[in-house]
Design a protein around this ligand. Structure first.
Ligand code: ZN
Ligand code: ZN
Ligand code: FE
Length: 757
């Protein structure tokens, strides 16, 4: 110890656990001749360093500037400490199990250092499974804790001497990188040709690129599941893929190699550029400037764009002539994405001309995550690879709570300490394969995170398979109203636990009165809610049929507000509809047969999309509102009107004026914009009414309808303009993929109240 030595204690907070942070701290401490220790604590990482002032200074700089890409330092709190005369620097391991849990990090996009190593490290030249402590597969390969190689699907590969040396050298970037591998000892790609041959290749990129450029469709094994890939600029290839996959009309995601190339085809804000390059590598919804092949976006104004995140993606673009490829999930219609090679050969063989797999197992399925940017912030639409299983912190004790989620785009959540750990995107729980995936994932999360349920939170809807699963477990169950859960989910991610104005604009959810809700204005907290205002309910002739046939809902609204006579006039949107069909719908409404009442905002959007002729029949979930949004003219400030009768928000004037506009020949893009503007005005008007009577000023926006960027931004702007504090989703989806978090928060709050009393 030098007489000028000093000691410092640094408390680093943020995302610093399970991302290779302690070995990183170790390396920079050694580089700067510092002694002491580093350890994880409950709220981040603690570092004690001793050495010369100048060396400490340089350590501080490196700590910030060279931190691992998947880490994110929120704050560094430094205090002077007592010199203890340490002779070395060490990583202290605690035996605390909650620490082991933080080691299960999400998968991380390949880092620039590894990409560089592919050119220079002899044992990894062009090696597509290169990784280090800062990057590579994590969640998708882990089977159990502690996070060690033998508990991952890398178990099958025995490290060669060279890899072992790097793995054991604390000064090496691959120190304790569990998936460490090289050409000699690691996984390899396998090409399956149509004639049943399997060829092992070190770098399949040249062959893959050739096939794609030729217009073929390739099934390529990814990190969390198979992808189907083709040239995104080749219309006939995209059409063939659509046909073979029977992927109705859903837009498909594309991959492009660089921000520069994306700039040429899409509007890209600074936040969008950052998001698309983040180590999480989500699909980002961007607005088309110069669209790819028409069948990619299929008439939408946006496309999902993603940048390379596996080494093979980078290698592929070195050989490709096309600058954009379709990268859509490798599954058959609504089934979970394929992860096993056997299933790929059996099922994807019908869709793809070639199958390219590799010989490491995918253990945990994870789709690509999807986000969009609104009001300058990243907002999640599908939370999976790159995000899961990062916990979401709550201000409530959650231990033992299992929130089963809803039915569509399901995710579930388990409670650990004061955290909710959300599952990856599971999908629509209506086919056997998805349900099996759900149950398997619950078993795996329970084991991985040593979770034992004691309280189950589920939706009020008795028919949801998730609700039935909850009941089958035999624990105390709390049923939570769907839209209350939506609002609570947004409150939970913002750490709110107080009375608020909750606005849930949504498709479907069972209400307390047995009707379908979804245009809801609540005064609520995490315990309970009061339904202050709601959209005027309409009958849905045919029940579930309306989601595929929005014209039915349109007919129902017109019938409700103007009676049957309105149909004596010529309504162009009904041109393609059989009059017999229409008669059946009238009868259903009159006799109240299979006509559940719904106040769902999604249904109102459906109806407007149908009446304007934008979408009378829908091929996939939420197609009508998506097309309606896509049609909306920018810079149109016009609006329609609505009435508020006691608690009901009534739309007869809205429909009257839309019909009038249609008759006058006003463009549908203008009508759509006026409709959206009206919805934002409605949100503001009702919010003000509630503020006037309650004094509440915090507004929560949730529900699937707020995936609509036009509506979300407009609502946020007008509310903020009137002095409201507005909260919208960022970390979890505003669609039903976020429901589990809300169920968790409400169950946790109610349980804490019970304990207190
Ligand atoms: Zn790396
Ligand atoms: Zn090796
Ligand atoms: Fe919902």
């Amino acid at each position: 110890m030098n007489s000028q030595s000093k000691a410092s204690l640094l408390h680093v907070q943020g995302l610093v656990q399970g991302v290779g942070f302690r070995p990183f701290v170790y390396r920079i401490a050694i580089k700067n001749n510092l002694n002491g220790w580093v350890e994880n604590n409950n709220e981040g990482v603690l570092i004690h360093i001793e050495g010369l002032e100048g060396d400490i200074e340089s350590f501080r700089k490196m700590l910030i500037q060279n931190a691992p890409q998947a880490s994110s330092i929120a704050s560094v709190n430094e205090t002077e400490s007592k010199l203890e005369g340490f002779k070395a620097f060490e990583i202290r391991h605690s035996s605390n199990h909650s620490e082991a849990i933080t080691e299960v990090s999400p998968d991380i996009a390949v880092c620039p250092d590894c990409l560089a190593d592919m050119q220079i490290q002899q044992h990894r030249i062009d090696y597509p499974f290169i990784n280090c402590t800062n990057c590579g597969p994590r969640f998708t390969i882990i089977k159990d804790l502690p996070y060690d190689r033998h508990q991952t699907t890398m178990q099958a590969f025995v490290m060669c001497d060279e890899c072992r040396k790097e793995y054991s050298d604390i000064l090496d970037r691959r120190f304790h990188a569990q998936p460490v591998a090289c050409l000699k000892c690691g996984p390899a790609y396998e090409i399956h040709t149509k004639d049943g041959k399997t060829v092992r290749v070190n770098n399949p990129a040249p062959q893959l690129a050739k096939w794609i450029d030729e217009g073929s469709i390739v099934a390529l094994k990814g990190l969390g599941g198979y992808h189907l890939v083709c040239d995104a600029l080749n219309e006939s290839a995209v059409q063939t893929l659509r046909k073979r996959k029977s992927r109705e009309g859903k837009p498909m995601a594309i991959m492009m190699a660089s921000v520069e190339s994306i700039h040429k085809r899409f509007l890209l804000s600074e936040t969008e550029a950052q998001t698309i390059q983040s180590w999480k590598r989500p699909i980002v919804l961007l607005q088309n400037l110069q669209p790819c092949a028409p069948s990619v976006s299929n008439g939408m104004h946006t496309a999902g764009v993603i940048m390379p995140y596996m080494p093979i993606h980078y290698q592929l673009f070195e050989f490709l002539e096309t600058e954009a490829i379709v990268l859509t999930s490798g599954n058959i219609s609504d089934e979970p994405v394929t992860i096993s090679d056997e299933d790929a050969l059996k099922n994807l063989g019908k869709v793809a001309d070639y199958i390219v797999s590799y010989n490491r197992e995918i253990y945990n399925r994870a789709d690509d995550s999807v986000v969009f940017v609104a009001d300058g912030k990243e907002r999640i639409l599908r939370r999976s690879r790159g995000y899961v299983p990062s916990p979401i912190k709550l201000n409530l004790e959650t231990e033992g709570i299992f929130a089963v989620g809803a039915e569509l785009v399901n995710t579930f959540a388990i409670g650990k300490g004061k955290q909710a750990i959300l599952s990856q995107h599971i999908g629509d729980l209506k086919n056997a394969e998805t349900l099996a995936f759900y149950e398997e994932s619950f078993q795996r999360f329970s084991r991985l995170f040593r979770f034992e349920p004691s309280l189950i939170a589920c939706d009020l809807h008795p028919d949801y398979l998730s609700t039935q699963f909850a009941r089958s477990l035999g624990f105390e169950t709390i049923e939570i109203q769907h839209h209350h859960a939506h609002i609570a989910s947004c409150m939970a991610e913002h750490g709110l636990d107080e009375k608020v104005i909750g606005i849930a604009l949504d498709g479907t959810g069972l209400g307390n009165d047995g009707t379908i809700w979804g245009g809801e204005f609540f005064v609520c907290d995490l315990i309970d809610f009061e339904r202050a205002y709601y959209f005027d309910p309409v009958p849905l002739p045919g029940g579930d049929k309306v989601t595929h046939e929005p014209w039915r809902t349109a007919v129902s609204y017109l019938h409700k507000y103007f009676g049957k006579d309105i149909f004596l006039k010529k309504l162009p949107f009904l041109n393609g509809i059989d009059t017999k069909h229409l008669e059946v719908v009238f009868q259903a409404i009159d006799l109240k047969i299979n006509c559940p009442l719904s106040s769902g905002a999604g249904r109102l959007f459906d109806a407007v999309a149908a009446i304007t002729g934008i979408c009378t029949e829908s091929d996939f979930h939420a197609e009508a509102p998506m097309r309606l949004e896509a049609a909306a003219a920018k810079n149109c400030r016009g609006k329609y009107v609505f009435d508020i009768e006691e608690k009901r928000i009534v739309f007869w004037k809205l429909f009257y004026l839309i019909l009038k506009d249609l008759k006058m020949g006003v463009s549908v893009s203008e009508i759509s914009a006026k409709f959206h503007n009206t919805m934002a005005l409605l949100v503001l008007t009702v919010a003000k009414k509630i503020r006037n009577t309650t004094g509440l000023n915090k507004i929560i926006l949730s529900g699937g309808t707020f995936q609509n960027r036009y509506l979300l931004e407009k609502s946020i702007f007008v509310l903020r303009d009137s002095g409201f504090e507005v909260y919208a989703h960022q970390k979890v989806p505003s669609n039903d993929g976020g429901i589990a978090l809300g169920q968790m928060a409400i169950a946790a709050k109610r349980r804490s109240m019970k304990k207190d009393s």
